[in-house]
Design a protein around this ligand. Structure first.
Ligand SMILES: [Zn+2]
Ligand SMILES: [Zn+2]
Length: 152
């Protein structure tokens, strides 16, 4: 699910954050046509897709403490994919204003295969996803989207 930005005021509609009167996880496409920007009142047509900016940590040699707290490390365990958010020493905080929006499995073309919203734990399991090619991504509401790094 994409975030959408209001071209008039730069407000970002984020389906992973709960808004008044709209259940979290509601894709922009499913918002009522009469929905307006809660910040400036512009109509739905004024919104454009917010580009996803993925932080490609696996290519940079050195990983900072802040980066390592955002990486969804993963390994395959039988038919399941086990994900750990951050390292043991650098878990990601779960705070009211700073949290993980989702951890998901994406196909290489960006299609979402499976998504877990606002995980409460550092460790998550995708049971039997039933495909071989995927990319693990994590989105932090402040720091953006990070790719997973596989643990061999
Ligand atoms: Zn607006
Ligand atoms: Zn963060």
């Amino acid at each position: 699910m994409q975030k959408f930005t209001c071209t008039a005021c730069s407000y970002i509609y984020n389906p992973f954050v709960w808004e008044e009167d709209i259940p979290s996880g509601t894709a922009f496409e499913y918002l009522d046509e009469s929905w307006i920007c809660p910040h400036c009142g512009e109509d739905k047509d004024s919104f454009i897709e917010t580009p996803i900016n993925i932080q490609d940590i696996s290519r940079s040699g050195i990983i900072t403490e802040q980066e390592s707290s955002h990486i969804p490390f993963y390994k395959e365990q039988g038919d399941s994919i086990v994900i750990q958010i951050g390292t043991d020493d650098t878990p990601h905080e779960i705070e009211e204003n700073h949290f993980i929006e989702y951890v998901g499995l994406f196909e290489t073309d960006g299609e979402i295969i499976e998504l877990k919203l606002q995980p409460e734990e550092d460790t998550l399991i995708f049971e039997n996803p039933g495909f071989d090619e995927y990319e693990v991504r994590l989105s932090c509401n402040i720091h953006g989207v990070y790719r997973g790094i596989k643990i061999e």
